[in-house]
Design a protein around this ligand. Sequence first.
Ligand code: 5AD
Ligand code: FES
Length: 353
Amino acid sequence: MNLEDKLQLINQLRDTGSLAKEQWVSLLRERDEETADYLFQEARKIADKYYGNKIYVRGLIEFTNICKNDCYYCGIRRSNSNVERFRLTDEQIMNCCEVGYDIGYRTFVLQGGEDGYNTADRITGLIRMIKDRYPDTALTLSIGERTREEYQEWFDAGADRYLLRHETANEEHYRKLHPESLSLANRKQCLYNLKEIGYQVGTGFMVGSPYQTEENLAEDFLFIKELGPHMIGIGPFIPHHDTQFKDEKAGTLELTLFCIGLLRLMMPKALIPATTALGTISPQGREMGVKAGANVIMPNLSPVDTREKYLLYDNKICTGEEAAVCVGCLSNRMKNIGYEIVSARGDYYDYTK
Ligand code: 5AD
Ligand code: FES
């Protein structure tokens, strides 16, 4: 393809919100700097149209690193015996919310491994406690695959959003990243259940995970289009030293940014974070993510003394910074590139619950 053909595909994606699989593959395979520059410019225009120069923040509370799963890429996988396991108490979680609320957060994300201690009742209790105390906040859960009934119970208790990355939409590729006990079909079913129940739903994938091909990425875009999530989180794969993927290459900044731009064109109103993983592979990664079309940042609100125990990948940034430090740092970083962090729930553009 010459440059004109590539720009044509970008325009088609912008104007129709979709591409055929072969078109996705060609665009990904033949991407170059000029195409990327044009893509980012168009992606930013669309993000500005719906969300202006506002960047929403989500206070991420990593509340347990205990996980029954053994995903090959993940630093807190069950079989990693070098991890010191922790679980925050209700009181510690409420304390994180208090700190976060005071510095302006209006969304809390409870994220954790698939920890057996998290019975439906415990989670319902947590939701009630947080929503009673902070009724003007949105609450996001990110605790993996559960039954439809549990998802429904938590939604009824007041949870607003749910994050569950599909990781890869290709069956064979999924098998290379996960043990037999996990299935792509179940993961997708969970996402459809969450959406039907009425959550604002987030999915996503890792860029440059081991064995990933351009066809696989094309399938990720097609799956996301079909699901129609409200939020899409992507970040580069980064090897963790205690996993079997320790010697694999990390995903690149360049491809991750390109994917962010494409996601913005495909899903104009989506909430797309510039992720911590993006900030980890490059010092200006999150700023560049915003310039490529992202509009959300998810700083850590977890107690500083447990952060070192929640390392999904190596060299994770901000593990030593207090929550207020990150907010200050990020608001400066955003200001420097002409964006503004806002204290708001930051719901999907035309969402009504
Ligand atoms: N590198 C980058 N991202 C990772 N995740 C898990 N392990 C890694 C890794 N090694 C991502 C997964 C998961 C999210 C919480 O973190 O996509 O869904
Ligand atoms: Fe944490 Fe910059 S965002 S120190």
